[in-house]
Design a protein around this ligand. Structure first.
Ligand SMILES: Cc1cc2nc3c(=O)[nH]c(=O)nc-3n(C[C@H](O)[C@H](O)[C@H](O)COP(=O)(O)O)c2cc1C
Length: 247
């Protein structure tokens, strides 16, 4: 393939490779996939602070924008559970849900919201170090199996960019592409890549508002990071990371 062939993914199209108009799975009346990845009933859920009770995040938008930059050096200061709750809500928080869609703090093409948020937690008040997943609909965390040597494996999967493990928490976003493909078929990759940019930018601004910083991470080894968080790499795979820490 020529490098220019890869540009096609960025272009808007409703046609398949032989020029036929695409009929989406939604138009075929196939069932819509779930809005969120499920969890097992016996898994322990951890309550987060409700957005109604947030006391943090009060700096002005103009100050957050002025201060925003990619930060790769973090202090030893802990994030509080409220601050973590605020960051999760700022990036994927559900403000309203219907049977078929969620409406969140970030926009998403067709309100498909194809992402799940995994967290490698290292220094957050009241939470053991380990791997967690955010349940956006419930605004709760589910604790996942803790892989041995989490830091070592995460560092290796991110080409030794040390700030992914010197953080208080590292966000790892996965895509479940069928959520968007069900409606947008071949246009989905383009839409999901636009969607995830909104998520990470909200993390930048929300982090600045709690005297913390983040840095978008697009350089990682796909197989290693997918294996570490336990996703299949096909129907769900890592799409972006961002470590957060206090400065
Ligand atoms: C899609 C994307 C991927 C990035 N990946 C990395 C990365 O893997 N490692 C890194 O140190 N910075 C990464 N960055 C951060 C950029 O290097 C940074 O945004 C750029 O240098 C501009 O600096 P600023 O964010 O401080 O304005 C990434 C940024 C974006 C938007």
């Amino acid at each position: 393939m020529d490098i220019k062939d890869f540009r096609e993914v960025m272009k808007s199209t409703l046609f398949d490779e032989v020029g036929e108009t695409i009929i989406t799975d939604q138009q075929k009346k196939l069932p819509q996939p779930p809005l969120e990845k499920g969890y097992h009933e016996d898994e322990k859920l951890i309550s987060l602070i409700s957005p109604d009770n947030f006391t943090c995040g009060n700096i002005s938008l103009i100050d957050a924008l002025k201060n925003r930059k990619s930060r790769r050096v973090f202090s030893e200061k802990q994030l509080t559970l409220e601050e973590l709750s605020f960051l999760l809500w700022s990036t994927q928080g559900v403000k309203r849900a219907t049977k078929n869609a969620t409406f969140r703090t970030v926009p998403s093409g067709g309100a498909r919201h194809p992402f799940e948020t995994y967290l490698a937690i290292f220094n957050v008040e009241g939470l053991e170090s380990g791997l967690y997943r955010y349940l956006a609909l419930e605004h709760k965390l589910v604790k996942l199996h803790v892989p041995s040597n989490l830091k070592e494996h995460l560092l290796e999967a991110c080409y030794d960019q040390n700030f992914v493990v010197s953080s208080a928490v590292t966000f790892i976003w996965t895509a479940i592409p069928y959520r968007t493909e069900w409606r947008y078929n071949v246009a989905s990759a383009r839409i999901m890549l636009m969607d995830v940019g909104h998520v990470c930018e909200n993390l930048y601004l929300a982090s600045e508002s709690i005297n913390a910083g983040t840095c978008a991470v697009g350089a990682y080894e796909q197989n290693k990071i997918d294996e570490l968080i336990g996703v299949d790499g096909e129907d769900e795979f890592t799409i972006y990371l961002a470590p957060v820490g206090k400065y």
